[in-house]
Design a protein around this ligand. Sequence first.
Ligand SMILES: [Cu+2]
Length: 144
Amino acid sequence: MKQWFIFLTVAHTLLLSGIAQAACKHEGACSQSCTLGPYFISPKDGDTVSSPLLVKMGIKGMKVQKAGEIIEGTGHHHLIIDGEYVPENEVVPADANHIHFGGGQTETTIKLNPGKHTLTLQFADGHHQSYGKVMSRTISITVK
Ligand SMILES: [Cu+2]
């Protein structure tokens, strides 16, 4: 009996992890252990850089698409300077610290004052509505 119980538990765990991975692929939303979402190709977390600096943006699990219409599984990048991720379904503000890349751009050059800064990538849909924290990534950098 005990062996059966162990077998079933293992089988159940494998089944659940399989479902979780499938959900990641199809919904673009996942737990923290999942590596889907936007990421910085450069700079990297903890880097010391000089201004102006080139920012290169990547995305896993979704496709970059120009803003305009909502297409499932797609969106565009937003770069948030010294701010936080935008909660799910909220429209990403457009101001000096929230830069939209509605043309589908994946790199940009920004100017920053010397000192410590955070950069946050926020992926959002064609109407600029945030995909939330799971589709954001924050790094800290120091500008010389
Ligand atoms: Cu936008």
